[in-house]
Design a protein around this ligand. Structure first.
Ligand code: B12
Length: 215
């Protein structure tokens, strides 16, 4: 199985958009845990691509193709992620990527994992103004709001959202969590968020703790 994980990672690094679909199906047939395929394979691949892009070894078209490869792979594996069948109260979560930011892969993984673990996710998508997020959270009665930002330039939108929630008296109604590669524990504390997590599994533990369920 380790072989399939490594091959999925490599497919993203090679932006093998055609091969990845077949590879992901084959891996599932051979019994690969789809979550391992996503987190240890595809996501590890896109992180490596990101490092190379950051170092100037790769350019935007390659980044786009790698991201597309990742999405194609996730589309095959995601429906096979086991849903947690335990009956429990439904906790509603509103998720979004902040305004000025169109990165969605990490947010989508968080959405997948929360859904797989019994949360009801209302995913607003990317580039979402703070006011729309607050309005939607109120409309659907969300217990949790999760926002994602992948750029240092879009991170301040999280702070704005939290300040706005505070001034509207919304902080006592629901919890606010933040995430994305540049978000640190320290930053989350600084902007007075209710927590952060470095990956989708961590997001589930955090979410469960915040709504008072055992992780
Ligand atoms: C893929 C990618 C893209 C894709 C996005 C495709 C898509 N549909 O999402 C494309 C090619 C479109 C893209 C575009 C751009 N990108 Co880009 N991109 C990346 C890359 C390589 C990977 C991001 C990713 O998907 N990671 C994989 C996922 C699984 O990880 P993740 O997002 O961190 O999410 C995990 C955790 O953080 C956490 N998490 C995430 N969200 C949340 C939310 C909550 C509530 C919680 C609890 C947890 C949580 O759980 C997730 C799952 O494990 C990063 C590099 C990097 N190191 O992050 C650059 C990067 C983010 N991009 C960057 C840049 C500069 C851009 C562009 C501006 C490039 C350009 N010149 O046009 C544009 C942005 C346009 C815009 N307005 O947003 C820079 C940002 C630099 C900065 N200022 O901080 C980076 C860091 C690359 C670099 N090293 O320079 N990008």
């Amino acid at each position: 199985m380790a072989d399939y994980v490594a091959r999925l990672k490599q497919a993203v690094i090679d932006y093998d958009m055609e091969g990845v679909e077949k590879l992901a199906r084959e891996a599932l047939d051979q019994g690969l845990d789809p979550l391992d395929g996503i987190e240890k394979g595809l996501a590890a691949g896109i992180r490596e691509v990101g490092q190379r892009f950051g170092a100037g070894d790769l350019f935007l078209p390659e980044l786009v193709m790698a991201a597309e490869t990742m999405r194609t792979g996730v589309a095959v594996l995601e429906p096979h992620v086991k849903k947690d069948g335990r009956a429990r109260v439904v906790h509603r979560v509103v998720l979004a990527t902040v305004q000025d930011d169109i990165h969605e892969i990490g947010k989508n993984l968080v959405a997948t994992m929360l859904t797989a673990n019994g949360f009801e996710v209302v995913d607003l998508g990317v580039n979402q103004p703070g006011d729309s997020i607050l309005q939607k959270a109120q409309e659907v009665g969300a217990e949790l709001v999760g926002v994602s930002a992948l750029m240092t330039t879009s991170m301040p939108r999280m702070k704005e959202l939290l300040s706005s929630a505070e001034s509207k008296g919304d902080r006592s109604r629901r919890k606010y969590i933040v995430g994305g590669a540049p978000v640190t524990d320290q930053y989350a504390k600084e902007i007075r968020a209710d927590g952060t997590a470095g990956d989708a599994s961590g997001a589930v533990v955090l979410a469960r703790n915040l709504v008072g369920e055992r992780a």
